[in-house]
Write a protein of this length. Structure first.
Length: 533
């Protein structure tokens, strides 16, 4: 039904005319009413009062009042009873609570309320009809109200997105729909825009919508805001490692979350990384923390890394050693390679212990030297075995003993000495000379014996440096014979004198005496060795 936009006075006249017609019809077709005591039903008037102006779809209350207008000759006035209802004459009207039951409001009037809701715009003429019960005549009443468009607010929804992301779908919220209506009851197509583009920095950007129309609603468009928020950027410190005692490396970071092709160069500030580890920090894990970079377009989450200080390599090598047969093992030692940060053997834990398989009676040969017992959390220790070389002990002999007499000489042949060193020969406690050991470790030399050399058994001591570089003495046993007595001179027979030939005379051996010590035979009684520490 089209809207009838009439002047209000004209609308009222039309409504009144229609009511007269309706009343006449009702009275003509209505059934006879019961009479009161004087035999006549009382006439009535019906009035309906509503707000002068209403809003499309908004309910309002209309009051129907029925009044007894019987003249005095008809007797006392009475309170009308019965029901009343409302209908519309011009344009559409939704009526609720109709019919309503009248209730007395005075000694000759009664009223009841109904709820009316305009379902159209413009002039609406609600008409009230009184349906009496008892001795009353029916009556009609009418009024005119004007329905304006309902207010409808369409608000662009506030939204957000991260920097560098596409704009979300822009939506709206509605407030003010009536009569069960909704967006589908509007004409046109909703269109929403914002000034934010993909590269727009962090901030708020307006969202404006329009495109929908209707005659039943007065639309108020309210802008929304698109909030561009910082994108999440994670900066993770890279884990790193170094050995104990070394300088810290240059720390680095990894980035996750850059958008729009951006990178570290798009951040402000200077990256700074630190750790609690210093050069001499012990083996273990140390945090690496970085910061210094900022940006309004990213929400930076810093994640620490770990610097793993590992054990430095330390090599402990058993030093090679030598000794000769029959001599106790020397004290073994080690050398170190790999100490850092000013450390030395004193910074190791434990006690050094070195062993070898060689024993006192072990023959000539090579024997391993194995060491251990030292530990450290800051060093990864590699043990390297050494070698104990057991060499032959020096030996010697008297080559020619034919002249072992005071003032004679002694011929020595000895070996097993360190080449280039000097040996000293002592006979019966008297040093008789020295000699240089040749490249083969041997000495063959003759040494003069002093004239005051005691006769009898004594020792020859050969002292020097053995092949292992240690002092050593070789002892030989000898017997020194007495020097021979010179022969007596032969008797001289005077010329012309014959030798005596008479009688038996015990002839004297005229060889100058008994050659008791001829050659002074040397008996080498024993030989022994004495090692000097």
């Amino acid at each position: 039904m089209p809207h009838l936009h009439l002047p209000r006075a004209s609308a009222r006249l039309i409504a009144a005319a229609l009511l007269v017609l309706a009343a006449t019809t009702t009275m003509l077709v209505g059934t006879s009413r019961p009479a009161d005591a004087n035999g006549l039903p009382h006439p009535t008037t019906t009035a309906v009062s509503c707000p002068d102006a209403d809003t499309y779809g908004s309910p309002s209350t209309c009051t129907i009042t029925v009044t007894d207008i019987a003249p005095g000759w008809m007797g006392a006035k009475k309170v009308p009873t019965g029901t009343a209802y409302v209908d519309t004459i011009l344009n559409r009207l939704d009526v609720q609570g109709s019919p309503c039951t009248l209730a007395g409001i005075s000694d000759r009037a009664a009223s009841c309320d109904v709820t009316v809701t305009p379902t159209d715009l413009g002039h609406i003429a609600p008409g009230a009809v009184y349906v009496p019960s008892g001795s009353f005549l029916p009556s009609l009443g009418a009024t005119v109200i004007y329905a304006d468009p309902a207010p409808l607010t369409i608000t662009a929804d506030d939204l957000s997105r991260a920097y560098g992301a596409d704009n979300p779908e822009l939506t709206v919220s509605y407030a003010g729909f009536v009569l069960g209506e909704g967006p589908a009851d509007l004409d046109g197509t909703l269109a929403c825009t914002t000034t934010a583009v993909l590269e727009s920095p962090v901030g708020g950007y307006p969202i404006a919508c329009d495109g929908l129309t209707t005659t039943n609603y007065d639309i108020d468009w309210i802008d929304g805001t698109l909030d561009v928020t910082a994108a999440d950027l994670t900066i993770t410190v890279d884990d790193d490692t170094r050995v104990y005692g070394a300088d810290n490396p240059d720390f680095t970071v990894s980035y996750a979350g850059f958008v729009l092709g951006e990178g570290p160069a798009d951040l402000d500030g200077t990256l700074t990384c630190t750790t609690t580890a210093v050069t001499d920090s012990a083996v273990g894990g140390y945090p690496i923390a970085c910061d210094g970079l900022t940006t309004t377009n990213y929400d930076i989450d810093w994640i620490d890394g770990t610097l793993d200080v590992t054990a430095a390599d330390l090599t402990i090598t058993a030093q090679d050693a030598q000794r000769v047969t029959g001599v106790a093992n020397p004290s073994f030692s080690v050398s170190y390679a790999g100490f850092v940060a000013g450390d030395d053997a004193a910074d190791l834990d434990g006690t050094l212990a070195c062993t070898t398989t060689a024993v006192l009676a072990s023959p000539v040969g090579d024997y391993p030297i194995t060491c251990d017992g030292l530990t450290s959390t800051n060093y990864d220790i590699a043990w390297v075995d050494g070698t104990l070389e057991v060499l032959a002990a020096p030996t010697g002999e008297v080559v020619d003993d034919s002249n072992l007499v005071p003032g004679g000489d002694i011929d020595i042949d000895t070996g097993g000495w360190m080449p280039g060193t000097t040996v000293t020969v002592t006979v019966c406690g008297i040093e008789v000379g020295t000699a240089v050991v040749d490249a083969d470790g041997r000495v063959r030399a003759t040494f003069p014996l002093p004239a005051d050399l005691p006769v009898g058994e004594c020792e020859v001591v050969i002292s020097g440096t053995d092949a292992a570089g240690e002092p050593y003495s070789e002892v030989l046993g000898i017997t020194v014979a007495a020097a021979p007595t010179p022969p007596a001179p032969a008797p001289v027979t005077p010329a012309g004198v014959l030798p005596y030939t008479g009688g038996i005379v015990t002839p004297l051996v005229a060889f100058g005496g008994l050659v008791l010590a001829a050659g002074a035979a040397l008996v080498a009684l024993f030989r022994r060795r004495l090692a000097q520490a």
